[in-house]
Design a protein around this ligand. Structure first.
Ligand SMILES: O=C(O)CCC(=O)C(=O)O
Length: 266
């Protein structure tokens, strides 16, 4: 793995870092078995995020760690827990959810620019997603980030295909900038990845990804730290947590079996 002090500084300054060689070959074999089991048996939350006329398919599924053991084992691995805890500066790391993102070979559908946290049910700054691809990912289909955007305002979340505001009402958050119209105006971070590499990023980092020339299977494991609290919304978050209705008040820490502690500083 690359130097962890530099990783922490870069994560805090830029909101996203690449971690080389995070997963061992046996971790990758475990993840591959989990992803294939997930694809063979999607949950009721699975969605297709590409149009019918796309030559490929952008497939997503959420919240499967309680039935796909490989996801839970990876999320609970000490290497991942300690890394994420250090990046967030948190004494305790909770798993918020897992998110599978698969683009089959030839998928044209891009992942539009967005921040993740406005789709969720949480407030707080100590957040970290780990995007872990199973396949080699060229820069063109890897994630792209606007460096430092995690320090800026929350931006309007929209549906990926139809650009609708289904979460915060129109006008209540600043609109997403059109980064692609003038990329030179931003500091863009973008890394090609090999199997075993991962990208760690804040849930407020503004990011996107291109389509995929080859198969691109990735799992995002999403973690929270000490300052994160429950923010119930009057709309359906993505993913939804209906089990929390009446069970976890607004502003409460995420002390709930849906969000297990996966690592604590000793
Ligand atoms: O895999 C992708 O194309 C996008 C990933 C993403 O937006 C995320 O993990 O938050």
């Amino acid at each position: 793995m690359n130097n962890s002090d530099t990783l922490v500084t870069d994560f805090r300054d830029n909101g996203a870092v690449v971690i080389r060689g995070l997963l061992s070959p046996s971790d990758l074999a475990l993840l591959e078995a989990g992803v294939e089991a997930n694809l063979a048996s999607p949950s009721g939350r699975a969605v297709v995020a590409s149009p019918d006329n796309d030559p490929g398919l952008f497939f997503e599924d959420f919240r499967n760690w309680r039935r796909i053991e490989a996801y839970e084992r990876l999320a609970r691995s000490a290497t991942i827990g300690e890394l994420v805890g250090r990046l967030m500066g948190a004494a305790e790391v909770r798993l918020h959810h897992d998110h599978l993102l698969v683009k089959t070979a030839g998928t044209r559908q891009a992942t539009p620019w967005h921040q993740d946290q406005p789709y969720y049910n949480i407030d707080g700054a100590q957040t970290c997603s780990l995007w872990i691809p199973l396949d080699a990912v060229p820069a063109a289909s890897s994630l792209r980030f606007v460096a430092g955007s995690h320090l800026g305002p929350w931006l309007m979340p929209r549906t990926f295909m139809t650009n609708e505001a289904r979460w915060f009402p129109e006008g209540t958050l600043a609109d997403l900038p059109d980064v692609d119209a003038d990329p030179s105006a931003y500091q863009i971070l973008n890394w090609a990845l090999e199997p075993g590499d991962a990208i760690a990023f804040s849930m407020l980092a503004l990011h996107s990804a291109g389509g995929a020339a080859g198969l691109r299977r990735a799992l995002s494991l999403r973690f929270t730290g000490d300052d994160v609290s429950h923010a119930p919304r009057p709309w359906k978050t993505s993913p939804e947590f209906p089990e929390l209705d009446g069970a976890l008040p607004a502003g409460a820490p995420l002390r709930h079996p849906l969000f297990p502690v996966v690592w604590s500083r000793s």
